[in-house]
Design a protein around this ligand. Sequence first.
Ligand code: COA
Ligand code: MG
Length: 289
Amino acid sequence: MRSLLFVPGDSPRKLDKGIASGADALLLDLEDAVAPDNKPKAREVVREYLAAHIGKPERPRLFVRVNALDTGMTDDDLDVVMPARPDGILFPKSQHGGDVIHLDAKITAREALYDIHEGATRILVIATESAQAMFGLQNYRGASKRLDGMTWGAEDLSADLGAETNRNERGDYTDPYRLARAQCLIAAVAAEVAPIDSIYPNFRDAEGLKREALEGRRDGFIGKMAIHPDQVPVINEIYTPNADSIAKAERLIDAFKAAGNAGVISLDGQMYDQPHLKRAQRLLARVKK
Ligand code: COA
Ligand code: MG
């Protein structure tokens, strides 16, 4: 999944636009983009939307962002949307792997109830939304077989920290958010799930988005979340492995084979060993998906 577009769950108009946006996944939001009084309506809108689209062969993957465990609303969200079989749940404000175990149990119960194949409903987690959550990043590995990806958020973290802003005059993240981003990337790789970069909120600034997406790709993220349809093509382009990088990866893998699967080889005057081989294999695996 290269691009994951947030769509407020109470807006049929945006939901219609979302399906045609070209995003690899839609994040149907019941949480921060929906006002408290509108939650019941949003659940129904999202359920109907899922029912209308989930059976279609050509469609983005459909995830629902539920409300956090400590709101007391997670069960109500799941009760309404699970019968419509979303591809997965985007889980906000997770504090540690134990929260994912908790969510997994809630999903497992509903899969049994609604005759959904056990494990079919996937989980993506937003893992850095509070100071405490930053210390829970190390124990997501093995928390749930459903866990497919980890992402991070700067907005809620900056609220928790009492920060005036999370970006400097040049528009770059300040240190606490750079730490959260890097820790999330590392935690996801350690948990053997996909690292997904956070949103770029200034949706009229295509250049800034491009710069940030390129930085994410450079560092190892495999995709990025979006908040506006205009951001989707930019993210898709940057996160689609290009012909040049595919050719380079294939050439490297071939060179290792030609050297009798040696541990280390030289190619064009550069040293390549196992981490380089692994990176090339991972890139090709992503292309085949
Ligand atoms: N998904 C689908 N469609 C969207 C969209 C989104 N996230 N954001 C905007 N659109 C639609 C608009 O409805 C509009 O279509 P219309 O002219 O047919 O009504 C079109 O795209 C252009 O939108 P634009 O006028 O440029 O923006 P806006 O002022 O309507 O909306 C936001 C700006 C930020 C309110 C909107 O992009 C949004 O709701 N984003 C998602 C917010 C969210 O989910 N936040 C939680 C996660 S951080
Ligand atoms: Mg939030």
